[in-house]
Design a protein around this ligand. Sequence first.
Ligand code: IMP
Length: 424
Amino acid sequence: MSNMTIVGAQWGDEGKGKIVDLLTSEVDMVVRFQGGNNAGHTVIVDGTKYVLHVVPSGILHPGKMCIIGNGVVLDPESFLEEIDALQSLGLDVSPERLKISYKTHLILPYHRAIDGAREGKAKAKIGTTGRGIGPCYEDKKSRVGVRAGDLTDPEVLRAKIERALEEKNVLFTQLYGMPALDPQTVFDDLMAIAPRLVPYLADASSLIMEADAAGKSIMFEGAQGVMLDIDHGTYPFVTSSNVVCDNASIGSGVHAGMIDQRIAIVKAYTTRVGSGPFPTELFDDMGEFLRRQGGEYGATTGRPRRCGWLDLVVLREMIRLCDPTTMALTKVDVLSGLKEIKLCVAYEYEGKVMKYPPQTPRGLDNSKPVYEVLPGWDEDLSGCTDWDSLPRNCRRYIERIEELLGVKAGYISVGPDRNQTFRR
Ligand code: IMP
């Protein structure tokens, strides 16, 4: 059994949680390696809906080890709320099977406050989830961050909070017109919950390497999507971490050679939340159809998602960056009932036909999709359990995607339940 990375191929919300959940039965350990509680992975098992934000989706499978890696940013309060909610649904979320790296950075109240204040003031809003993700990663890069391991050393913790707030309180009071935060209060609040957090702390990278050496199989679970990658996405309308497959090793503390399979999760159409370019976005009834049929509302913020046709230019860029060994095509059932389905096969940009996104600052804003039109299908797909049971035109749509991308769709999902995804 090999080790694999799973990433979202578009702008997030591709249905990663569902595929991770399906493949968890084949692995021993699931590791989250980037992002934080900006993510919302929805998994439905036997009619019960689980929404996971920072806890790896592997937690839904008894006995599997779950790791929150160093590349994640963790909001301690929201983490405790999440594990309480999972526990109330009968899941084992004990420190015996869930670990947090000592090196994971903590999202503190001042990160959330900066995120909210900036978005409130900004003329060109990014449309962040408001969870303090960006400001926490900023502190990590500025080397003033607080790491989970600091919870074991109150003196160091207090000094770090005081240092971080020296600068931030100037921002709050002088730029954002907000009251200053009291370092002692932030420290006391954190120390009050530290006893619940500390048992989860571990040398995560050693645990993963030891599992690998013992022949166990590990899954690295990504969050968001490649077009939200801080370097390679639609900057500045991106998240603050690297989303591409190769960040799985950095965000977990293992070497890249340990990972031999890369699975890209592709939604059968495109969605995005927040601001930023989206060449195939639909502003008409068709967009509304996809939103309604697909239930396209954010799992974290409840915001309506922007919807559009599948964009193969975006997917080619993802393939160039991640080299997926296979794709999982999700939400194919949402397209049932359409006479025609459009597939964006290229962009027209400054009179040229582009197979990859133009890299100029406003390239995507000025790109027009070039569409190929395929026949749709009427049949309800929710009961399809294999390739042959899919309607002919649905198979044609999938085969055309594969042909144009040169990557196979090894998994196809036709509904939210665990048993509505099948292997090709
Ligand atoms: P942030 O990650 O909260 O800073 O938000 C930055 C951008 O990433 C915004 O456009 C968010 O809507 C988007 N984003 C963050 N997390 C997710 C996710 O899990 N799914 C989809 N979009 C996301």
